[in-house]
Design a protein around this ligand. Structure first.
Ligand SMILES: C[S@@+](CC[C@H](N)C(=O)[O-])C[C@H]1O[C@@H](n2cnc3c(N)ncnc32)[C@H](O)[C@@H]1O
Length: 250
């Protein structure tokens, strides 16, 4: 059935596009992809004659018009979003417009920069005894962030923190987290272009991480990870503990 498919294109490596996403991409008549973050190689599997649009220079109205017109002409649209569409993907507004126009759509989840960065760091984000909570957030910029969600107030939880869209303000991030109560020696890391060939990982104590980022000149496409999980050693979950039975193991 013709419709719009919002597809999570993954964090960068084209092989991290899901099998389901790739199959839809191969059949799509119209492809719209977020070229600010997604490599155009992702479109190499498109069928001959597919119309391809880059969305970075388009407005919401222009994107919606392309999607709506195509579906009315019985075409299938693949709308590729970086990572997973549910995280800073701006799909809510696109879905609202499609709802108003009575256009069917479906969401195909993807691998977020969250998971790709944890993989690059070879870390688990939730380690029993250290943190069982991951806070995904960003600094306020032109997009407002509710006061209760300021970095200094989130810092009070001392949970694992993953900060998107904010690397250009790394000094402010560090200042707010220290003000909020993270000890200066809390382990921190920055992952630049996770899963791309030029991926880079920087690790430092929170108080020193801004300097590392500045030295490398990193200003975009990076996440900041903060928390004791980055230095975990010797912690054991109960999941595989031989003394801990559960539904799948006596
Ligand atoms: C508009 S958001 C999109 C996030 C995406 N929906 C996801 O799930 O990863 C863009 C931000 O995601 C982060 N990001 C996206 N791809 C990345 C990657 N490969 N490595 C590190 N950070 C990435 C950066 O913080 C960037 O500023």
């Amino acid at each position: 059935m013709t419709r719009v498919y919002f597809i999570g294109a993954g964090p960068g490596d084209p092989e991290l596009l899901t099998v389901k996403g790739r199959k839809i991409l191969q059949k799509a008549d119209v492809i719209i992809y977020a070229d600010s973050l997604i490599d155009e190689k992702i479109c190499s599997g498109a069928k001959k004659g597919a119309e391809v649009y880059k969305s970075a220079s388009l407005t919401l109205e222009e994107i919606s018009e392309i999607m709506t017109k195509a579906v009315k002409e019985k075409k299938t649209v693949a709308r590729l979003q970086s990572g997973d569409p549910s995280i800073y993907g701006a799909i809510a507004e696109q879905m609202e417009i499609l709802d108003e126009a009575g256009i069917e759509y479906e969401i195909i989840p993807g691998v977020s920069a969250l998971g790709a960065s944890a993989a690059a760091l070879k870390t688990e984000l939730t380690i029993p005894g250290l943190s069982q909570t991951v806070i995904i957030t960003r600094m306020e910029g032109r997009t407002p962030v509710p006061q209760e969600e300021s970095l200094s107030s989130l810092a009070r939880h001392k949970a694992t923190l993953v900060i998107f869209l904010s690397i250009s303000r790394i000094e402010k991030i560090v200042r707010e987290l220290l003000e909020g109560g993270y000890p200066p020696d809390t382990p921190a890391a920055v992952v630049y272009r996770a899963s791309f060939e030029d991926e880079e990982v920087m690790r430092a104590a929170l108080k020193d991480v801004a300097l590392k980022v500045k030295e490398k000149g990193i200003e975009r496409q990076a996440v900041v990870v903060v928390g004791d999980i980055l230095k975990a050693k010797g912690y054991r979950s109960r999941l595989y503990d031989k003394g801990f039975g559960h539904g799948y193991r006596k």
